[in-house]
Every structure is written in structure tokens, then in C-alpha cells.
Design a protein around this ligand. Structure first.
Ligand code: S3P
Length: 450
């Protein structure tokens, strides 16, 4: 694992020719975490191909090893995970370091909450600021004991107990919280019921089925969903092919959409309907997007996406769509900066508690780049005239990979180059981002290179 103990590495995106070519993005981050976790719990050996080998997922791999699973990377880049069955985790002999990963942190807190030992968790400066009480509260209701810093923040310790099932209504639409409860429910006798106010990514539910368990999902009249899980079912090893991450594909899609005459195809992208909001939104803005070869792979929808550059129009993004594109708003803000007219993006309180306060971090950078916008508590209203913003200046990324990549994409089409203060954070979710953009013609370079 690379470490951020080395010096920050500024990176610059420069005005580029139209992007052309065909690429594949690294594996889906959410599915990769879950593939390792379920593989590490199931009896038998799970073979995973296409796993995202980014920092966040490597944290989950390391933590699972500490918890007694066998996690091995093969020479061909695929992974083998062997678990000991539900309820058979081993006590780690050291703190679990979750780095920058909120997903690893929250899912693993759920996982260890009915173990027979105490697990200590820590992370980086960004993770230590993030709210964990959204996970601690339901886990404590189930019977776990959690000692944390004020506000429920990291570092914290989870003492596992024999848990009771709960009926829990999520106060925020969060797949991480839903998944933490479902992971705690795995070895909890009885029926655990979780209601989410709006449907969120359902990779945990899909993976439970893939590993042979029964999970019941009911659409509610309120627009939300009820997920029910009967604890103490066996999980059996099942091979997984991880599709490309739509959240990573989104950066390329926006770059191609805002650079006139671009023509880019991204193959093998995950198109789970609870993840595809960015592509629907870009299409509504007038982007030329075509989904080719739609197919199903291991219980997940997958396809190839072709994007051609052109003009974008401002639109109002329906707030209820937010959970299906929650990680894509930073790069959508970039797209909206090039659009003609006003783009209204609201209902985004959750962006304030991601790897950074993404509304504030994006607002600061957009201001530096000369974009005309209004910051709201729960979103941004961006007013464009259809021409490229000025760009220029140095952008603070606040240990946030998506802020870094969003502004490098911006720099490909602004008049002046855009420099981000630290490119190392991109390893979190998109190793090889700079090189991959280079193969399409995107001019992104570390600042010590010409
Ligand atoms: C994720 C859920 C989302 C998302 C995160 C990954 C997951 O977080 O932002 O990058 O894999 O469950 P929330 O659950 O906080 O919405």
C-alpha cells in the first residue's frame, strides 16, 4: 500500500485535443469491498477477478487477513479468498487501519459487532472527521458495545456481543449503514429488518444471494425499501467477476462530453440501476451517450458506454435521483460548469460528510476556476453560458480522490491549466487514472514532469 507519509504530489490537467479511444476502468469499489468481505466469511475459496486494487479495497483485504481470512493475490491479478464460515472471525492482534475508506470502516464495524472480542479501528485524517454514529447507533441497539471519540468518530473500538435482531429505519439513505446492519445480522438469530427512505446501491443484497443466502427486498409505497434477513444462514464460496466502476467511468464520460469532437468508449462498466444516475443526467443535459452490449454478469448489469463530445444544457437534477449518483456530483459540477444555462443540484446534504465536505471543496475550486455558481446548504446552482470557464489556479483536494480527479478533468477543457495540490489520493479508487486519461489524449501530468 502506498502511504501519504511521502510529500504531496501536485498534478496538472491541461487543455487537450478531442479524446478518442476505447478503455476499461478499474473494478467497482463497492463490489470489490463486498467481494472480499463475503469471500472472507463464506466456507470455501472464492475466486475474484477484476478486483479494484486501489488503496481503499486493499485496506479491506488487509483487515480481513487480520480477522483470520486467507486473502491471496494470484500472479494473474485475480484474488482468492478463503473464509471459515459465518461467526468464525479471529481476534486481530493490532488496530485495523481503514485509511481513507468510509466503506471499509462502516462495513467492517458491522461485521465484527457479534464477534467474541474487541476490534480497534483507526483511519486517516479525513476518516477521523467522518460521522460514525450513523453506524454505531443501530449496532448498539443490536447489543454491540462501541467506544469512540466525541460525535461517534474514529478511532473507536467495537466489542462484539451476541446480538439481537432489530427493526431499523435508516435516518439517511446510506448503503454503508444498511450494509453494516446486514453484516451484523449475518450471525444474529432471528429476523433483522432495515427500511431505507430511498433505495440505495444493493450490492450487499445481490452478494448475499450470490453466496447462497435468502434476503427479501420489498418496494414500499413511500418510495423506500424494506430489506429483511434471517440470521445464521450459511454462506458458500462463489466466484465473482467485478465490473468496471461506473463512478470511475463518470470522470471519462464527463471529459468526453465537454471536449468537442471526442469519441470514447468505456467497456465493461457496471450499470446497476442504483448507480447509473450520472449517465441519465448527462443524457438529459444533451450529452451524446450510447449504452452498447447490455448484459448481466454475476447478478449485476454491465454494458459498454460510448460518449461523444458536444454541447451541454443546464437542467434541474431531481433530488430523489441523488442516491444513484451520490459520488458523481463533484464531476457533474464540472460538467455543469461547461453547460449553457442553469443546473440546479439539490438534496445533497450527504456530500458534506464524504471524504471531504464536497460541496465546500468543489465550491472553492470552482471559484478559483472562474465558474459562476451559488452555494446552498444542500447543493449547488451552477450558471454557465456554454463556454469553457477560465480555469487556472491551485485546487485543494482535502484528501479527497474525487475532488482531485474532478478538477483534473476540468483542466482538460478550461482555457488555463488546473493544478490539484496532491494527486496521490487518486490511488484510493482509480489507480492508473493519469495514464489511462493519457491513452485517450488527455494531458494530465505530475508537476515534476514536462
Ligand atoms: C458506498 C456507499 C455510499 C458511497 C460510497 C460507497 C458503498 O456511501 O458514497 O462511496 O459501497 O456502500 P453512503 O452509504 O454514505 O451513501
Amino acid at each position: 500500500m502506498t502511504s501519504l507519509s511521502s510529500a504531496p504530489r501536485p498534478v496538472t490537467g491541461r487543455h487537450s485535443p478531442p479524446l478518442t479511444g476505447t478503455v476499461t476502468v478499474p473494478g467497482d469499489k463497492s463490489i470489490s469491498h463486498r467481494a472480499l468481505i463475503f469471500g472472507g466469511l463464506a466456507t470455501g475459496t472464492t475466486h475474484i477477478s477484476g478486483l479494484l486494487e486501489g488503496e481503499d479495497v486493499l485496506r479491506t483485504a488487509a483487515a480481513l487477513r487480520q480477522l483470520g481470512a486467507e486473502v491471496v493475490k494470484d500472479t494473474n491479478g485475480s484474488w482468492q479468498v478463503t473464509g471459515n464460515g459465518v461467526g468464525a472471525l479471529a481476534e486481530p492482534d493490532d488496530v485495523l487501519d481503514m485509511g481513507n475508506s468510509g466503506t471499509a470502516a462502516r462495513l467492517l464495524m458491522g461485521l465484527v459487532s457479534n464477534s467474541a472480542f474487541t476490534t480497534f479501528f483507526m483511519g486517516d485524517a479525513s476518516l477521523h472527521k467522518r460521522p460514525m454514529s450513523r453506524v454505531s447507533i443501530p449496532l448498539e441497539k443490536m447489543g454491540a458495545l462501541i467506544i469512540s471519540r466525541s460525535g461517534g468518530r474514529f478511532p473507536l473500538a467495537v466489542t462484539g456481543r451476541t446480538l439481537m435482531p432489530i427493526e431499523y429505519e435508516l435516518p439517511v439513505a446510506s448503503a454503508q449503514v444498511k450494509s453494516a446492519i446486514l453484516l451484523a445480522a449475518l450471525d444474529t438469530p432471528g429476523l433483522t429488518r432495515v427500511t431505507e427512505p430511498k433505495p440505495t446501491r444493493d450490492h450487499t443484497e445481490n452478494m448475499l444471494r450470490h453466496f447462497g443466502a435468502d434476503v427479501t427486498v420489498t418496494d414500499l409505497e413511500t418510495g423506500g425499501r424494506l430489506i429483511e434477513y434471517q440470521g445464521q444462514q450459511e454462506l458458500t464460496a462463489a466466484d465473482i467477476v467485478v465490473p468496471g466502476d461506473p463512478s470511475s467511468a463518470a470522470f471519462i464520460a464527463v471529459a468526453a462530453a465537454v471536449l468537442p469532437d471526442s469519441d470514447v468508449t468505456i467497456t465493461n462498466v457496471g450499470l446497476n440501476p442504483l448507480r447509473d444516475g450520472i449517465f441519465i443526467t448527462l443524457e438529459e443535459m444533451g450529452a451524446n451517450i450510447e449504452i452498447m452490449n447490455p448484459r448481466e454478469q454475476g447478478g449485476e448489469k454491465v454494458g459498454d458506454i460510448r460518449i461523444k463530445g458536444g454541447e451541454l444544457q443546464g437542467i434541474e437534477v431531481p433530488p430523489e435521483r441523488a442516491p444513484t449518483m451520490i459520488d458523481e456530483f463533484p464531476v457533474l459540477f464540472v460538467a455543469a460548469s461547461f453547460a449553457k444555462g442553469t443546473t440546479v443540484m439539490r438534496g445533497l446534504h450527504e456530500l458534506r460528510v464524504k471524504e471531504s465536505d464536497r460541496i465546500a471543496a468543489m465550491a472553492a475550486g470552482l471559484k478559483t476556476c472562474g465558474v459562476n455558481f451559488e452555494e446552498l446548504d444542500d447543493g449547488l446552482i451552477i450558471k454557465g453560458d456554454g463556454s469553457a470557464p477560465k480555469g487556472g489556479g491551485h485546487i485543494e483536494t482535502h484528501l479527497d480522490h474525487r475532488i482531485a480527479m474532478s478538477f483534473l478533468i476540468m483542466g482538460l477543457a478550461t482555457q488555463e491549466p488546473v493544478t490539484v495540490d496532491d494527486g496521490r489520493v487518486m490511488e484510493t479508487s482509480f489507480p492508473g487514472f493519469v495514464d489511462l486519461m493519457g491513452t485517450l489524449g488527455g494531458q494530465i501530468t505530475p508537476d515534476n514532469q514536462p
